[in-house]
Design a protein around this ligand. Structure first.
Ligand SMILES: Nc1ncnc2c1ncn2[C@@H]1O[C@H](COP(=O)(O)OP(=O)(O)OP(=O)(O)O)[C@@H](O)[C@H]1O
Ligand SMILES: [Mg+2]
Length: 475
């Protein structure tokens, strides 16, 4: 007996003159596994083949329910429109009166609404309606450009929609680094023994001249060429943290801030802002063997005040007091007098000097190890704190310097790293290895610090380029 996928491929040829190409498309369309992933270069034919596959499934299985998911709603409409075009291109009268609604979530019915086959389009947009969708049930879900969707949204919001009929989940995308989609590909390819992984050259309908021109323009070794057309999962060479493990630490769905629990032990890390960055207090619950970030206070200026250290320190102290947390404070250069001021309001503080590369490295190594061992939970991507953290971890780099200087650890251009360092300090505090504490050089006074910043030609009042922004709360 023929498999359903074979019938669909035959129907596609007979009704729509469509034959999946032999560069991996046929193999993909015939794969009957309930979880399958396709990673390809641009213009491989992912969206069009998805449109054909959805249309033939809807025709062969009356009353079926299918859903197209994409990072943004408009992207989902591309496949939705491929389905409509496919139906219109039919060589023989199909005898079905399509009902189509393009208002979100777009729907098409292959006959009377409610009883006939249905195809719906939703976004996996975490701030839009996508992440709020609940209560739907589908036989099949296809996620286009899956690598650009937030993994936990697919798993927590969309996968449960397949539960009733133990339905099919198809993820397809151009790669986007070694993120959750990469993890899903590795898993499903191993389980099924079929590696749906193809470069754009595998689409025989795509002119070679176009690809060769792109290669020349982008450069054969460029990230853009390797990722977009060769479909390589490029782990950034300079990336410090292994992002799949950071993402794993966010998969529990908890958001911030949490509340103090009696009998729990909390520690904190404090990284004071210089000019263009943020003051961050990160509080970690270290009661159990798996530690958990429970609060993150991140602010640039305190309300409308200008560069007023006193107000900042008060805010930090009240947070530490609320959590009754011992804190390790970055006391490098200007951090040293700030730590002194802080310790007058909240004495349980220790200084950590990061003037040397090795010291920063100790913090980051400790964090990396915690992620690798799955011993640290971060707020989920469902809240602002989680999203900020993920961005910092993704853009955190080790940059090799020339002329034998120590490498530089920190954020890529345009990103911040204050949360990473504050969390690293908190974890170091949690380890309680007192040998590294209170090692401030104490060579700076507050006025030294201000002078130091001036000497770097910072204009203190230019802080206003970033509007005051808070996450966390007044404790
Ligand atoms: N089996 C096929 N028969 C005819 N043309 C095909 C076939 N497969 C792909 N193509 C053509 O390849 C081109 C790319 O298809 P499509 O837009 O589906 O690719 P994609 O992988 O979704 O691209 P992108 O990554 O840019 O979203 C289209 O012009 C499409 O018509
Ligand atoms: Mg596409």
């Amino acid at each position: 007996m023929k498999q359903n996928s074979q019938l669909r491929v035959e129907l596609a040829r007979k009704l729509f003159d469509y034959i999946p190409h032999s560069g991996g498309q046929m193999e993909w369309m015939l794969d009957e596994n309930k979880r399958k992933c396709l990673a390809t270069g641009r213009q491989f034919g992912k969206s069009q083949s998805a449109g054909i596959d959805l249309a033939t499934y809807a025709l062969l299985k009356p009353g079926s329910r299918q859903c197209i998911v994409a990072p943004k709603y408009d992207q989902g409409l591309i496949i939705f429109d491929y389905v409509l075009r496919t139906i219109k291109s039919c060589k023989v009268p199909l005898g079905v009166k399509m009902t189509v609604s393009r208002t979100a979530p777009a729907e098409m019915w292959f006959g009377p609404k409610g009883t006939s086959s249905q195809i719906t389009t939703m976004s996996a947009d975490q701030v839009g309606d996508g992440a709020k969708q609940r209560g739907w049930q589908f036989d099949r879900i296809i996620v286009d450009e899956a690598a650009f969707c937030v993994g936990p949204i697919i798993h927590k919001v969309f996968v449960p929609m397949l539960a009733r009929v133990d339905g099919v989940l198809m993820l397809q995308s151009t790669p986007n680094g070694e993120n959750w989609f990469w993890g899903e590909c590795q898993k499903t390819w191993k389980e099924s023994g079929i590696t749906h992984h193809h470069s754009s050259y595998d689409n025989p309908y795509l002119p070679r001249s176009f690809l060769d021109e792109q290669k020349r323009l982008l450069g054969e070794t460029s990230l853009a060429w390797r990722q977009e057309y060769m479909a390589e999962f490029v782990a950034s060479a300079s990336a410090y943290f292994h992002i799949p493990h950071v993402e794993r630490a966010m998969e529990h769905g908890r958001v911030l801030p949490q509340v103090v629990q009696s009998g729990h032990k909390y520690v904190a890390g404090v990284d004071f802002a210089e000019i263009s960055d943020w003051t961050v207090v990160c509080v970690v619950d270290v009661t159990k063997s798996v530690w958990e970030v429970v609060a993150l206070d991140r602010f640039h200026r305190v309300q409308d005040q200008k560069w007023d250290w006193t107000e900042q320190i008060k805010r930090v102290a009240s947070c530490l007091e609320y959590w009754n947390a011992e804190a390790l404070v970055d006391s490098t250069q200007m951090g040293s007098p700030l730590r002194d001021m802080l310790s007058k309001l909240w004495p349980k503080t220790y200084g950590f000097n990061m003037a040397h590369y090795r010291q920063g490295h100790i913090l980051c190594e400790g964090l990396q190890l915690k992620f690798d061992r799955n011993e640290l939970l971060l707020p989920s991507e469902g809240c602002e704190e989680g999203r900020l953290m993920l961005d910092e971890f993704r853009s955190f780099q080790v940059k090799q310097s020339v002329q034998g200087y120590a490498p530089h650890l920190g954020a890529a251009k345009g990103h911040h790293d204050d949360i990473v360092f504050a969390l690293g300090l908190a974890c170091k505090m949690g380890e309680g290895s007192a040998d590294v504490y209170n090692q401030d050089e104490k060579t700076y006074t507050l006025s030294d610090s201000v002078a130091l910043m001036r000497s770097r030609q910072y204009n203190l009042d230019e802080n206003s380029q970033e509007t005051p922004f808070f996450i966390g709360k007044n404790w």
